[in-house]
Design a protein around this ligand. Structure first.
Ligand SMILES: [Fe+2]
Ligand SMILES: [Fe+2]
Length: 188
């Protein structure tokens, strides 16, 4: 569903500096877990979101734990946490209307997960180490279930036409945001 295909330069940058990629990847998983729990805190009356979002947070934290294990094996030390420029480019586009903001947040979640599917898939296909191939293949498949989860949750609160229209908008924004980020050894 994505409208900008990740080019070869990105995977080459990742393979050339896999240590930095891992450090960034770990941060992305931790932020994904925090984002999932924030839905629970910010939408106390949207019961249908709560348990799926907590489950999602647990899965993202498990990914975080798994990437941390790889970081420890390589004895990598992270520096101060930095904002993800891709996410920072997307967040200002969330609607300020309370009702639409929920739809936007769910669709943003869905498209960001879809980018994870694509990029983890590229790592799985291109990394030399077979264990890492299997790990990133599993992650890619897991993020695909998250893409679908966000879409499913959107359908609980919004009708199909509104979702389609807004998703179309987010797919354009996402393509622009990913292309605006310089190529580097990072998830985005
Ligand atoms: Fe994840
Ligand atoms: Fe995810």
């Amino acid at each position: 569903m994505l409208r900008a295909v990740t080019g070869d330069a990105w995977i080459q940058a990742v393979l050339a500096d896999f240590d930095n990629f891992l450090l960034d990847h770990a941060a992305a998983e931790r932020k994904a877990a925090a984002m999932a729990t924030s839905f629970v805190v910010q939408y106390p009356d949207k019961f249908a979101l709560h348990i799926p979002m907590v489950r999602l947070a647990r899965e993202e934290l498990l990914h975080y734990q798994q990437v941390l294990a790889l970081i420890h094996k390589r004895k990598l030390i992270w520096e101060r946490d930095e904002k993800d420029p891709y996410i920072a480019g997307l967040l200002p586009h969330l609607s300020t209307d309370k009702r639409l903001r929920l739809l936007d947040r769910l669709l943003l979640g869905s498209v960001v997960e879809a980018r994870g599917v694509e990029r983890f898939g590229l790592v799985a296909e291109n990394v030399a180490d077979e264990k890492l191939q299997r790990f990133y293949d599993r992650l890619s498949k897991s993020e695909a279930t998250h893409t679908e989860l966000f879409a499913k949750l959107a359908r609980k609160y919004f009708d199909e036409t509104e979702i389609e229209q807004r998703l179309d908008h987010w797919l354009d924004l996402e393509a622009a945001a990913i292309q605006a980020v310089p190529v580097r050894a990072a998830l985005h």
